[in-house]
Design a protein around this ligand. Structure first.
Ligand SMILES: [Fe+2]
Ligand SMILES: [Fe+2]
Length: 279
């Protein structure tokens, strides 16, 4: 579905593809296989994807990160699962294209935001994480206010990945940033929502971009094993689901001069595998 905002008055636009959490090897395969055709279809200047689950459902390794960059991802955002594989910790400090949430302890490695040059524009990407039903972190609203003012002094284009569980918390952050951000995109639940909107002030919004991963699953995990874990109250392990995938996310069309959202389009494309995945 495509939602159109205000007309573009000055003609120059910026086209950004944003993909929801890439889930394990099946999700990577779907993302890598379909990215070039989606970039062509939407004439994308920039690709942002959430990579917190890209390594077998939890975390991301340096090799997996490089695989996603080589496939065409320009920036990888993350969330609570960025800490699932410690091999990535030293990389977080030196790889500016890999972000972790900004509103966590300054003791942890990495960066919560970055500036990137695409389509003749400077694009700021800010990664935040929620506090409702999530591990402890600093206030995302306070951090958002501090960071976005700093970033807006450098560029009018700021795309926010708000990695959070509660729709109410996501909508509240969207409201806070409606006149400052170009887009506030929710991630983490792995379920795409149908509430995309464009604020009259500036920002595009969706509560969750969805997941790039196995469809016949419980948020990307093996459904039988996950059901068993719930019924037996056994602490969850990550067993990736297999089979057909969907590539989910949004396309953003922005006014390149003032960062205002012109259009947001949900993406939900099937990716059929020829044979079941071996984990
Ligand atoms: Fe996730
Ligand atoms: Fe998450």
């Amino acid at each position: 579905m495509e939602l159109q905002g205000m007309d573009n008055l000055n003609g120059k636009t910026l086209s950004i593809l944003f993909f929801g959490d890439i889930m394990g090897k099946p999700g990577r395969k779907a993302f890598i296989s379909m990215l070039s055709s989606l970039k062509e279809e939407f004439a994308a200047d920039m690709v942002i994807a959430n990579g917190e689950n890209a390594d077998d459902g939890s975390g991301i390794t340096p090799a997996v990160m490089n695989e996603l960059f080589a496939a065409g991802a320009d920036v990888l955002t993350t969330g609570n699962h960025i800490w699932g594989n410690e091999d990535i910790f030293p990389v977080l400090n030196r790889e500016s294209r890999l972000l972790r949430p900004a509103n966590i302890s300054s003791c942890v490695p990495g960066h919560g935001s970055g500036l990137f040059e695409h389509g003749g524009c400077t694009v700021a990407v800010l990664n935040l994480i929620g506090r409702v039903f999530m591990p402890p972190c600093d206030c995302p609203f306070q951090q958002a206010e501090e960071e976005i003012d700093r970033l807006l002094a450098l560029t009018p284009i700021v795309v926010v990945d708000f990695h959070a569980e509660a729709t109410s918390e996501k909508q509240a952050l969207g409201w806070l940033l409606k006149d400052k951000a170009s887009a506030v995109i929710g991630t983490h639940t792995h379920v795409q929502t149908a509430d995309e909107s464009i604020a009259r002030e500036k920002a595009a919004y969706i509560s969750d971009a969805g997941m790039t991963g196995p469809v016949r699953s419980v948020i990307g995990l093996d459904p039988d094993k996950t059901l068993k874990a719930f019924r037996k109250e056994i602490p969850m392990c990550f067993y990736m689901a297999k089979g057909e995938c969907a590539v989910q996310g949004v396309h953003l069309l922005l006014d390149a001069q003032n960062g205002r959202a012109l259009k947001i389009t949900r993406i939900n494309r099937p990716f059929k595998t020829r044979k079941p995945w071996k984990s």
